[in-house]
Write a new protein. Structure first.
Length: 366
């Protein structure tokens, strides 16, 4: 009986030991899981904003001049020049000195990957890893790569590198279009959120669908200004901004409509009919004297279209601003949709507002 009791005690101790071991393991796992689920800081910043990480001598020298020439080139087409991107320069030492500088949304790390004395070169080698560094030494065409969430979630990090000043300058020129396109794509969600801060105006969107046979997501801050047969005018007004959208349906006649002259003719006919000020004999026209109207053929949601950008003004008054127009062919009905957006924002920068119009127009479907 004593022996049986000792066996029970030993068994009980064994269970306790196993329970304690299990508890330790579970606690350890819990700690690891908690560590892996700790919230990572989110990146912040505006669209079209790039932080360039480069050594000071690189940024202030010919390489920096080349970089700024391309990435700060003029956004097309605005009454006063505005850059494609807003640039901010940090050195790697700047990042370490102020940790919050690591939480921006978009970075380009620019440097000589072979420079042992360069802090940016060291950053490049560390982030790329030995395999990519070896590849860069063997393949001169491998001079750009992209990373995500380097220091915070929601980040885009572009690594642009070369082995000397000549290579790096050449790579900036060649890679600019692709890099700009990738950054614009990464910024698209922010642009969409800014364009639709008040959601979608469902009733207006449905009205346009019923009247013109066009799907378009109208932002919640737009109201109906005019509905006249095959023409609808939408407006969004604030103390400093007037944003306007015309939708106009017309029959397709011939290819001449898809020319610069054809686009201007359609646009000016609408401006003369609907847009004026309190002064008599005023109307809106395309001003291609002060700045040219640029046109190009595009595909919009699988539809053939022509895009036009330029500036407008008011005849016999002092008003003007930028515009964006699309002429889209609806092959199922053999009709055209002319959609035009124009901005009036005296004294304000207009690039971002034009991007909002681009985002709205991208939703157009038949």
């Amino acid at each position: 009986m004593i022996k049986d009791r000792l066996m029970k005690i030993d068994t009980s101790n064994l269970y306790q030991a196993l329970f304690c071991l299990l508890l330790v393991v579970m606690t350890s796992c819990s700690n690891e899981m908690r560590s892996s689920l700790d919230p990572v800081e989110s990146a912040f910043g505006q669209a079209n904003s790039i932080v360039v990480i480069a050594d000071k001598n690189v940024w202030e020298g010919p390489i920096g001049d080349t970089f700024q020439y391309y990435f700060e080139g003029a956004y097309p087409i605005l009454p006063q020049p505005e850059p494609l991107f807003d640039l901010k320069h940090f050195t790697p030492e700047d990042l370490r000195a102020e940790p919050i500088r690591k939480r921006k949304r978009t970075y380009i790390v620019l440097g000589d990957i072979d420079d042992e004395d360069s802090s940016t070169g060291q950053l490049l080698r560390t982030d790329l890893g030995d395999q990519n560094v070896s590849r860069a030494a063997k393949e001169k065409s491998f001079n750009t790569t992209m990373g995500k969430n380097r220091w915070a979630t929601g980040q885009t990090v572009v690594y642009l590198f070369g082995s000397n000043e000549e290579e790096l300058t050449k790579n900036i020129k060649e890679k600019f279009p692709a890099i700009a396109k990738r950054i614009n794509k990464a910024d698209q969600q922010i642009i969409k959120e800014n364009a639709y801060t008040r959601g979608v105006e469902v009733k207006l969107s449905e009205k346009i669908k019923t009247e013109l046979g066009v799907d378009i997501q109208v932002p919640g801050d737009y109201v109906l200004a005019i509905h006249d047969n095959n023409t609808i005018w939408l407006r969004s007004e604030t103390d400093f901004l007037s944003s306007n959208i015309f939708l106009h349906k017309l029959p397709y006649k011939d290819k001449k409509q898809f020319t610069q002259e054809g686009m201007r003719s359609i646009r000016d006919s609408i401006g003369r009919k609907y847009v004026s000020t309190e002064i008599e004999n005023t109307y809106m026209r395309t001003n291609d004297v002060d700045l040219p109207m640029l046109t190009k053929v595009i595909t919009l949601n699988d539809n053939y279209a022509m895009e036009a950008r330029g500036i407008w003004d008011i005849v016999n008054d002092y008003m003007g601003g930028p515009f964006l127009s699309y002429l889209i062919h609806n092959t199922s009905t053999n009709e055209l949709l002319f959609i035009d957006g124009f901005i009036h924002a005296p004294g304000k920068k207009k690039r971002n507002y034009m991007q909002h119009l681009e985002e709205i127009f991208s939703t157009v479907k038949f």
